[in-house]
Ligand binder design. Structure first.
Ligand code: FEO
Length: 178
């Protein structure tokens, strides 16, 4: 059973994951508007992953006997000056999320909630990957600089990213339960 404090902290983090999804979806539409469809596609996959991060957390809250609350999501910005600025924000954002996940681990430890601590390890590991991928994408975009041909090549390369559900996560659990 989750403590009130742990339950609330998980609901708040799920809200931050939903905000991440909104942010990347907004970036995806921005890239679509400037006809960079590979970057738009990369962001759309990222937005989908963040939605899954939020749902996985709320699913856990329910399975641990808590109450899942889907809180209001702040609206993200809608325009960036360049791919460099947008991907720079992704990198900053992911580092900030890592800090939030580590604080959440701190709450689980303070609450002596071993089950939640163990559940959160997936997010700790995921953040290592998230930082790594946002770092490599930012480096690619920075290396392209203002060279249109290099940016086009980077756009094409990022367009190959595909979406994968985390192992064990069910997007539509109620459908399969019927
Ligand atoms: Fe769910 Fe990118 O952190």
């Amino acid at each position: 059973m989750l403590s009130e404090k742990m339950n609330e902290a998980l609901n708040v983090q799920a809200n931050r994951e939903l905000y991440s999804s909104y942010l990347y979806l907004s970036m995806s539409y921005y890239f679509e508007s400037v006809n960079m469809l590979g970057f738009a596609s990369w962001m759309r996959v990222q937005a989908g992953e963040e939605l899954v991060h939020a749902m996985k957390m709320l699913d856990y809250v329910v399975s641990a006997g808590g109450r899942a609350r889907v809180l209001a999501v702040e609206g993200p910005r809608v325009f960036w000056a360049s791919p460099k600025e947008a991907f720079g924000q992704v990198w900053d954002h992911e580092r900030a999320v890592t800090g939030l996940i580590h604080s959440l681990v701190g709450v689980a430890e303070a609450e002596k909630d071993e089950a939640t601590r163990s559940f959160l390890q997936w997010y700790v590991d995921e953040q290592v990957e998230e930082e790594e991928s946002s770092d490599s994408v930012l480096k690619l975009v920075l290396a392209a600089g203002d060279d249109d041909a290099a940016l086009l090549a980077a756009d094409r390369e990022l367009g190959h990213r595909s979406f994968k559900f985390p192992r064990g996560f069910e997007m539509f659990p109620y459908a399969s339960a019927q």
